[in-house]
Ligand binder design. Sequence first.
Ligand code: NAD
Ligand code: UGA
Length: 467
Amino acid sequence: MTVRTICCIGAGYVGGPTMAVMADRCPHIQVTLVDLNAERIAAWNDADLSKLPVYEPGLADVVARCRGRNLHFTTEVDGAIAAADMVFLSVNTPTKRRGLGAGQASDLRWIEASARQVAAQAMGHTIVVEKSTLPVRTAETIQSILSASQDSSEAESKTFSVLSNPEFLAEGTAISDLEDPDRVLIGGDDANAIDALVEIYSRWVSPERILRTNLWSSELSKLTANAFLAQRISSINAIGALCEATGADVKEVARAIGADSRLGPKFLSAGPGFGGSCFRKDILNLVYLCRHYGLEQAAHYWEQVVDLNSWQQQRIARLVVSRLFGTVSGKRLAVLGFAFKADTNDTRESPAIGICRDLLEEGAHLAIHDPKVGPDQVAADLGREAAASRLGLADEGSWQSAAGVLDAVEGADAVIVLTEWHQFAELDWTAIVARMRRPAWLFDVRGVTDAEAARAAGLRVWLVGEG
Ligand code: NAD
Ligand code: UGA
């Protein structure tokens, strides 16, 4: 079967970039991204490419090449499904907030709704591809929903194959991850359907990087990859805290252990703990699955990765308060970086949210600057509006948005670096310190700044993982 038309349900951080690259590499395939969110679709269609709903280096160029040619964005879900040979499900799968498994299990309502819509609207043979990250055996649920639609007499000619094709892109490097993936994973039991998807990826991915597995291995591999990555971050943050206490330096330790080819150098940067929409939810999902299958020790093991991460985030705010003479009430603190990592406008589960909230709770006045996150997003994440002007010795904390670093540091007692934007590696500390109140502090929670230059300029410096 050769695929000529693709529909992707969910035009978010995964659906958007993934389909843009697929359309770019497969000009013979018409790719339509659909979403219920009309505002998001309008932003994908905006003539001004700086207004795309997802910021990713290189994404605007790819969209510019394909949009209107073989890449389309629409809210007309039914028509796009009906016309598609292959439908990707790339909808959100957050942690359940209520009911059975609340706080751990995945909320599959969007997956189920989109599977039902595919069941109702598809025509002929349709390959349905799970792109969202899902609990093991979700394909079974999708299969049952699709088969139920096959039972009805008017839909005799309607048939489906379900594949799992989890996405491993990281935000900030999505385009290069998609264009040059370490591997593409395809799980399924219909060889023809797998071949059809392999044929698409083969346009730009070499065959040895396209892995075929059964459905359940594919679903579980995605959760496992995220759990292992997150585990490395919790491990290095645990060691970073020990470095701070003992005089070791976490960067030196990371370099030393990363030189071991069995460990490798990546994912060993200490920081404020992992953020992003997926690590926490995917590990909690794994914990839930382990418990569901009666594997309490395995559940407990993975739970610790999340617990350590929460501890790391909480300890940063406490540490700032303690260095600033035990109180930040009424003090201006410049927060540099709000996104959960560099090169993205995404703030979901950003460590900055919890750290800023804790500092606000202590009465601080925060001046927040991020190159890609605007004040509306910060207000939504912090659950409070920006202050009209700087408050004095207020009991309650407040925050304002700062257009640039120099605005943020004006009159501040401390600079707190929470995202590793490359701009923060090149700051002019002499100019910064001249605007701050003394004694002035730098808390570099990402280890990204030129700490020596900051010290030379007269700042007191706390660096994550540095003893
Ligand atoms: P997202 O919230 O950015 O996008 C999901 C989109 O799906 C939303 O725009 C929503 O409006 C839309 N949607 C939901 N139900 C719909 C329906 N029935 N019909 C049409 N549209 C619908 O989420 P995301 O970050 O793109 O993540 C999607 C999935 O990919 C999740 O399962 C996530 O775990 C996984 N994933 C995410 C990343 C990442 O870096 N963000 C990486 C790999 C995998
Ligand atoms: C992560 C995985 O890397 C992707 O493979 C996966 O597809 C994706 O989750 C997903 O399933 O959503 P992402 O969350 O976008 O990607 O970004 P990462 O680069 O993994 O960073 C996650 C968090 O860990 C960020 O807050 C980052 O700052 C932090 N991190 C990362 C560290 O603190 N130290 C490191 O060494 C690396």
